[in-house]
Design a protein around this ligand. Structure first.
Ligand SMILES: Nc1ncnc2c1ncn2[C@@H]1O[C@H](COP(=O)(O)OP(=O)(O)OP(=O)(O)O)[C@@H](O)[C@H]1O
Ligand SMILES: [Mg+2]
Length: 172
């Protein structure tokens, strides 16, 4: 269950999406998990590319749709980028080594994690991206668990993130 905090802002370009993602990076610790939700083409991978850039990852960060998970070791922390869109619903996250990876030394960003919501770890940050009629993106952030709540507090207090407190939709 989300534990109370909800922030949002509108993002009008891919560059600004990457800049917003970069403002989260100073607050990331090993074993942090960020679940990205939103339709195809919403901007989830753009967000992860902004994180990768700010971590100092060298080289291209591409969508892991066909790999399920891609690992980048050249930044300040190892980055694990999951895309569960093509993972068969009959499979479990355990089958792909998800829990071993997310509990390890790096930070994990999980696209389409909501497809396996009942299997997600107890503590994670949810970044949800929706597209409005003009093409602008509304980014909503919620925390699930104590660690992600703490992470969201400091991120939202970072003036560069420009996240605004919101009541958000009801979620369970
Ligand atoms: N404000 C914006 N923020 C992010 N991306 C934007 C924005 N406006 C336009 N775009 C474009 O939308 C696309 C987002 O693609 P991206 O691969 O990040 O989506 P995705 O959510 O990861 O989709 P998928 O579920 O297919 O992996 C890019 O082509 C990007 O240039
Ligand atoms: Mg993607």
């Amino acid at each position: 269950m989300a534990n109370g905090l909800a922030y949002s802002r509108v993002v009008t370009s891919p560059e600004v999406m990457k800049q917003l993602a970069a403002t989260l990076v100073p607050y990331l610790h090993p074993a942090d998990v960020v679940v990205l939700t939103g339709d195809l083409g919403a901007g989830k991978t753009q967000f992860v590319q902004g994180v990768a850039q700010a971590l100092g990852v060298r080289g291209a960060v591409v969508s892991p749709t066909f790999n399920i998970v891609l690992q980048y070791d050249s930044g300040r922390l190892p980055l694990y980028h999951f895309d569960l869109y093509r993972l068969d619903e009959g499979e479990s996250l355990e089958d792909i080594g998800f829990y071993d990876i997310v509990d390890a030394d790096g930070v994990s960003f999980v696209e389409w994690g909501d497809r396996f919501e009942s299997q997600l770890p107890y503590d994670y940050l949810n970044v949800s991206i929706t597209v409005d009629d003009s093409g602008a993106r509304r980014v909503r952030v919620r925390s699930f668990g104590d660690r992600s709540r703490q992470m969201l507090c400091v991120w939202a207090n970072d003036s560069k993130s420009r996240l605004m407190k919101c009541s958000g939709p009801r979620w369970s």
